[in-house]
Design a protein around this ligand. Structure first.
Ligand SMILES: Nc1nc2c(ncn2[C@@H]2O[C@H](COP(=O)(O)OP(=O)(O)OP(=O)(O)O)[C@@H](O)[C@H]2O)c(=O)[nH]1
Ligand SMILES: [Mg+2]
Length: 257
């Protein structure tokens, strides 16, 4: 008889089929939200492989000039334009516009494998979680471990995760991954404010501090398929530090009935 499972045994079942029906018999509707800014060379495979899991495929475009919007429409996505403030504001718009009751956020640059969508959605459909974050620490990352710049990102990210764990008595491994699923009503109740990629840590910290059930699924992060990253630590580090400290220490979770 097996007593302890070996460490390599996956902690969560590797779900590939997406079941939309919860234990109460209710059928969930899934909106996959894809933020894009000039991703014409990367978008098609992301949308093609996400489509089977999406009842609604929603591309929120940041005023691309390379034909991204036209390509998204050809691939069957509903396309809306963001407010020109950044990825965080684009995701907030996607949350408001989505018709599904479960939202899945997937980057358009090829960093995220749409085959991970079922594993992110399954705990929400099962009624076991309100918000499921993909974890690069559990699933591995090609973007965080090679250069000095990546080391600085990883180090900063680990400090933030540690501080959340110790203050909130939880054991998370990744607070900043763009790949995640969340109940739409929960996402709206968080009253998110961030306009840039700080939205990921805002979602995680506010979810935990509001008492929502946050789970993680191992997901691998790939190198952006084509093009250059727009992310520059030196331009945004203070916004990360400010939002981290504010939501963790000063923000007051709203009273939940
Ligand atoms: N709608 C919208 N999407 C954006 C904006 N900025 C970035 N994105 C998209 O958000 C996703 C993540 O952006 P990236 O530039 O890859 O940023 P990152 O993933 O944090 O950094 P790297 O992986 O290092 O490139 C991609 O799909 C981008 O196209 C924006 O202002 N508006
Ligand atoms: Mg990326």
């Amino acid at each position: 008889m097996t007593k302890n499972l070996p460490a390599w045994y996956p902690s969560l079942p590797r779900v590939r089929e997406l079941n939309r029906v919860g234990p109460d018999g209710a059928t969930h509707r899934i909106t996959v939200v894809v933020p894009t800014r000039n991703e014409v060379n990367n978008l098609r495979p992301v949308l093609e492989l996400a489509a089977p899991f999406a009842d609604e495929l929603l591309v929120v475009d940041g005023h691309s000039t390379d034909g991204t919007r036209e390509l998204a429409e050809q691939c069957g996505a509903r396309v809306i334009l963001d407010e020109g403030k950044g990825k965080g504001a684009a995701l907030r718009l996607g949350m408001r516009e989505a018709s599904g009751d479960i939202l899945v956020f997937v980057d358009a640059d090829g960093s995220h494998d749409p085959a991970d969508i079922p594993a992110l959605v399954a705990p929400i459909v099962a009624g076991e979680a309100d918000h499921v974050s993909g974890s690069r620490m559990l699933g591995g990352s090609d973007e965080l471990h090679a250069t000095f710049h990546q080391f600085v990102r990883l180090f900063g990210s680990q400090i933030i995760t540690l501080s959340v764990n110790y203050t909130q008595n939880i054991r998370l491994t990744d607070c900043q991954n763009g790949l995640r699923a969340i109940r739409r009503d929960v996402a709206l109740a968080l009253d998110l404010q961030e306009d840039i990629t700080t939205i990921e840590q805002e979602m995680v910290i506010k979810s935990v501090r509001s008492g929502y059930r946050l789970a993680e699924a191992p997901t691998h992060e790939y190198v952006r398929a084509n093009g250059e990253s727009n992310f520059r630590v030196k331009d945004v580090w203070f916004r990360y530090v400010r939002s981290w400290l504010y939501y963790l220490l000063f923000w007051k979770p709203p009273h939940r009935p």
